[in-house]
Design a protein around this ligand. Structure first.
Ligand SMILES: Nc1ncnc2c1ncn2[C@@H]1O[C@H](COP(=O)(O)OP(=O)(O)OP(=O)(O)O)[C@@H](O)[C@H]1O
Length: 271
């Protein structure tokens, strides 16, 4: 594994029961870069994140993070690795009964022995980075969707992770919050010298901030390249996805019998 790559995924296969979800996935996440994993619903994006985080084990192949094969780690090794990974779950998922401040302090109290005074300085620093220092004593219910997502970002970087994984960070946001969150992902990754993996459907927003893109369809990588290369891709699936076309390799119609056949049958039944 090269010094520059933080995550290396090699010949990864994953099956739920006997159903193949990922087949022959190869990905490299370089240090300091933001990489997007895109693809339509159910293609296996979240599953990929869970394999990187060690919540799932590959059926075959491997995921290496910082040179360590994730599925070979014991529970201490996995705990140590996860401590160095930040995760922004779908829709942010803050603890609703804790203030903004405590949502971020929680990570530090759980994983470090830092004194409370230092935790306070660190929490305020993280909140300042996402522009919400002034909101530290609000409860999650008092936040707008965009603010809540920013608090979730601050929580994901609470322990200065080497790898940050974002699962649909743009879902449900208005256009202004969307660009704020996009810019923050870029800025925080650069400031921490971390690597980021962004799982998203949001092509336009993510192409503005990412260094590299993997397109997944039905558990396989169908295209990869820089944002610029993807914008000019002639791969039909990528073209359909980027330009939001309703029909293409991903069909508009749910699989069905030819329409003509069904109409004829109806006519015969009606006599
Ligand atoms: N616990 C599970 N048991 C069985 N099948 C599962 C399980 N979790 C997910 N799947 C299936 O695995 C496939 C991939 O799911 P995954 O969540 O990785 O997709 P995704 O690309 O992240 O989709 P979305 O964008 O909708 O979140 C889906 O077909 C899903 O139904």
């Amino acid at each position: 594994m090269s010094q520059e790559s933080l995550v290396e995924i090699r010949d990864l296969n994953f099956t739920y029961d006997s159903r193949p979800i990922l087949t022959g996935i190869n990905m490299t996440i370089p240090r300091g870069k933001v990489v997007a994993v895109m693809g339509s619903s159910g293609c296996g994006k979240t599953t990929t994140l869970r394999l990187i985080g060690g919540q799932l084990k590959p059926t075959s192949g491997e995921v290496r993070v910082g040179g360590q094969v994730v599925h070979e780690l014991g529970s201490d090794g996995l705990y140590g690795l996860r401590r160095r990974m930040g995760m922004l779950f779908q829709f942010g998922a803050l603890f609703t009964d804790m203030s903004v401040y405590d949502n971020i302090a929680f990570q530090m109290r759980e994983h470090t022995n830092l004194p409370e005074a230092l935790i306070r300085d660190l929490v305020m620093m993280k909140l300042h980075a996402v522009g919400l220092r002034g909101a530290h004593d609000l409860m999650p219910a008092e936040l707008s969707g965009g603010m809540a997502r920013r608090v979730a970002l601050a929580r994901a970087i609470a322990l200065d992770p080497m790898l940050i994984m974002y699962d649909e960070p743009f879902a449900g946001l208005d256009p202004i919050s969307l660009s704020i969150v996009g810019e923050l992902i870029r800025k925080l990754t650069d400031a921490l010298g971390a690597s980021s993996i962004v799982v998203t459907h949001d092509v336009q927003e993510s192409l503005k901030i990412v260094d590299y893109v993997y397109f997944v369809s039905e558990g396989k990588i169908v295209a990869e390249g820089t944002a610029e290369e993807m914008k000019h891709s002639t791969v039909p699936y990528v073209h359909q996805f980027i330009w939001g076309e309703a029909d293409g390799p991903v069909p508009f119609q749910y699989p069905s019998r030819p329409y003509g056949e069904e109409l004829m049958e109806g006519a015969v039944r009606r006599g």
